[in-house]
Design a protein around this ligand. Structure first.
Ligand code: CA
Length: 224
């Protein structure tokens, strides 16, 4: 679990870093908003602890920029006493929680832990390739804001392809993983289902995500 702490007051940043490290988190620290955006773009963090008052680009601006970039990393805002409007604006701009200063370190650690749990749950239940998402709980796929209904077998095929995204999947491997066959039934079963799934996830959308790998099988990937 990796946490990015964005706080210009060096003493506070250092206390927070030590408290989180003591609880087993990997912690990076930035002292201003621009550095925070660069760090968040370079490294996937599980949680951001983001102070509102920062020199230059403030915490709210960092938050809005992150959400504009479609980052779903949970954000815990730190606000000084009296920054009630900023707090409300922060929550409206996509912050997940806030903590008014001064705070107890134990409270901060508890909030961060709660957010990492949420982050882990999201990771486990939602698969994503480009703008295609698949919810492994409801078995619903979405692309470009449209919900895509899948049959049980189509769901299993798409889940397998998405978990293998970027790697070619041979027909035999697909038969094993999606149909539990350990033999080749000598039919075009896989190709038929691939066609159905392709029709649902790619027809009418750009860029295409599901490709045929000549002679070997299929690959789901983001266009280069
Ligand atoms: Ca500050």
């Amino acid at each position: 679990m990796r946490v990015l702490v964005v706080e210009d007051e060096k003493k506070t940043a250092s206390f927070v870093r030590k408290a989180l490290q003591a609880e087993g988190f990997a912690v990076d620290v930035c002292h201003d908003g621009e550095a925070a955006l660069a760090a968040a773009a370079a490294t996937p963090f599980d949680v951001l602890v983001l102070d509102i008052m920062l020199p230059g680009r403030d915490g709210l601006s960092v938050l809005r920029q992150l959400r504009e970039r479609k980052s779903t990393t949970p954000v815990l805002l730190l606000s000084a006493r009296g920054e009630v409007n900023e707090r409300v604006e922060g929550l409206n701009s996509g912050a997940d929680d806030y903590l008014p200063k001064p705070f107890e370190l134990a409270e901060l650690v508890a909030r961060v832990r709660a957010l990492t749990r949420r982050s882990t749950e999201n990771k486990l239940t939602t698969l994503r390739v480009a703008d295609l998402t698949l919810d492994t709980l409801t078995h619903k796929a979405q692309r470009g804001g449209a919900t895509i209904e899948l049959t049980v077998r189509e769901y299993r095929l798409l889940e397998f392809l998405m978990r293998s995204a970027g790697r070619p999947c041979g027909r035999m491997m697909i038969l094993e993983k999606v149909w539990d066959y350990d033999f080749d039934p000598g039919t075009n079963l896989v190709d038929v289902y691939i066609r159905r799934v392709r029709e649902k996830i790619d027809a009418g959308f750009e860029p295409k995500l599901l490709y045929t790998v000549r002679g070997s099988g299929y690959i789901l990937k983001e266009a280069q």
